[in-house]
Ligand binder design. Structure first.
Ligand SMILES: [Fe+2]
Length: 303
């Protein structure tokens, strides 16, 4: 188990070699076949004593990442929150990690694959997952990883994410509430249009959906699959939490983003576009048009 207090010795990178990549994850092919990209499900992992999640190593990581890859704030937040109003915690990233037990904070280190050791671990994990996801969502691209370090009781407000995601709980526990992103009462077409047009990822949690969806008490050693744009909020247990999120995209998600962007601009022009996925021919025409326009714009930008 990773200790939540900083020890004097920082583990050397040679220690990373003690893990056999085959043992990092334990996956059930039937779960993937039945649920991947449609419903959340649990997997097992063996990262809880991995040296990359020692707090000293995470402090090192905060020093090596550029500022824009580190997001952190006070963690005692309500479930629904305007991102503009999120309060900071008054500490540096390094201090936040060192004082995570008492500083009531939430921190995410983004794109940690910039560090070669984390990239190696991400690649090893995704290579174990890919044989089961590829038949369902072919063409794994953009592998990215995130490390979350959060104080006891911290809340991540209700939001949606754009990637295929597995959240691996390394230390501590999290309660996760997830709702069904296929239900248009829960995530509307306009919610998705705004999200894919970069107008915010937080949603309003509607009390009438309180009794729907799934609740997970995610313990160290377990991982949870989050289908793309299934809304969720997360509350930490009563000890420091460290989690490793491994994500990837697929070409169908690029198409989805493009179609919602098209609908968003049509709606801004006063039209009422039909929902994405309702008319295949319309979607194909719009997506091809979008790609042509994108090519023309990128050519213009490069000349
Ligand atoms: Fe999320």
């Amino acid at each position: 188990m990773v200790s939540s207090t900083i020890s004097n010795s920082t583990k050397s990178s040679t220690e990373l070699k003690v893990h056999d990549p085959q043992d990092l994850l334990a996956l059930n092919p039937v779960e993937f076949e039945k649920h991947f990209a449609r419903e959340p499900f649990l997997i097992d992992h063996s990262l809880s004593d991995h040296p990359l999640f020692d707090l000293n190593r995470i402090v090192e990581l905060t020093k090596s990442l550029p500022e824009e890859c580190i997001e952190y704030n006070a963690g005692n937040l309500p479930v629904s929150l305007d991102p503009e109003l999120t309060p900071r915690n008054g500490l540096s990233p390094e201090e936040t990690v060192r004082r995570i037990e008492e500083c009531q904070s939430w921190m995410v280190l983004k794109y940690v694959e910039r560090d070669p050791a984390y990239k190696e671990l991400l690649d090893e994990c995704l290579s174990l997952i890919e044989p089961y996801t590829d038949p369902i969502a072919p063409g794994m691209t953009q592998p990215q990883a995130f490390v979350f370090v959060t104080s006891p009781g911290s809340v991540t407000p209700y939001h949606i994410d754009p990637e295929h995601n597995f959240l691996l709980q390394v230390q501590g526990s999290k309660q996760i509430r997830m709702l069904d992103g296929r239900n248009k009462e829960i995530v509307s077409e306009t919610d998705l249009e705004h999200f894919y047009s970069d107008q915010g990822r937080n949603l309003k949690f509607k009390s009438e959906h309180e009794q729907t969806g799934w609740t997970f008490d995610l313990q160290a050693g377990k991982g949870l699959h989050f289908p793309v744009t299934y809304p969720h909020w997360v509350k930490n247990g009563d000890s420091v939490s460290i989690s490793f999120s491994i994500t990837f995209r697929t070409p169908d998600l690029d198409r989805r983003r493009a179609l919602y962007q098209v609908n968003n601009s049509l709606r801004q022009k006063g039209m009422s576009p039909s929902p994405v996925g309702q008319n295949r021919l319309r979607d194909s025409i719009y997506y091809n048009g979008f790609r042509v326009l994108r090519k023309i714009r990128s050519k213009k930008a490069s000349t």
